[in-house]
Design a protein around this ligand. Sequence first.
Ligand code: SAM
Length: 149
Amino acid sequence: MAELELPRQEALTSAFLDLSRKVEPIRRCVSALRTGRFEHPDGRIDDLGPTRISIEQAALISCLCRQCCRPLSVEVGFGMGSSATVILGTRSFLNQGFEHLIFDPYSVMEGTGDVVQSYLVTEFGDRFRRINKPSEIHTYALSSAEIMS
Ligand SMILES: C[S@@+](CC[C@H](N)C(=O)[O-])C[C@H]1O[C@@H](n2cnc3c(N)ncnc32)[C@H](O)[C@@H]1O
């Protein structure tokens, strides 16, 4: 397996903030991580509450996406959808075919994350799918077709 080469933290963050000026979903995500509120273009708001990753963590996820050549990514746990937004935004910027699946049958709290999820569906269509099933059962040795059924 090839070794990952990661830039220093300042360079990672700077590249990510630079990307946020070019990619609308990343811009919205950075704003949400700073303010604690994700704003949908239609004006709806999702309050991130305590489920808030740092800009530095988001920058690292984005950097890893840039280094990953696989078209399919699978994530466990939607939370407030910040990491998903970073992954989808970065991968769409790379302009290669991709699909991002997330397993999560729960909500952090009733109704939270719905605004972010609705934004991702509008923005990325079927390149983003949330599967409302627990990961421990369904990520394990199943084909994509079986997961979807
Ligand atoms: C810390 S949050 C994830 C944060 C998210 N990455 C973000 O950027 O906002 C953890 C999530 O894992 C989900 N979760 C917990 N147990 C799970 C399971 N067995 N399968 C799938 N998702 C699970 C919870 O519903 C919650 O949404």
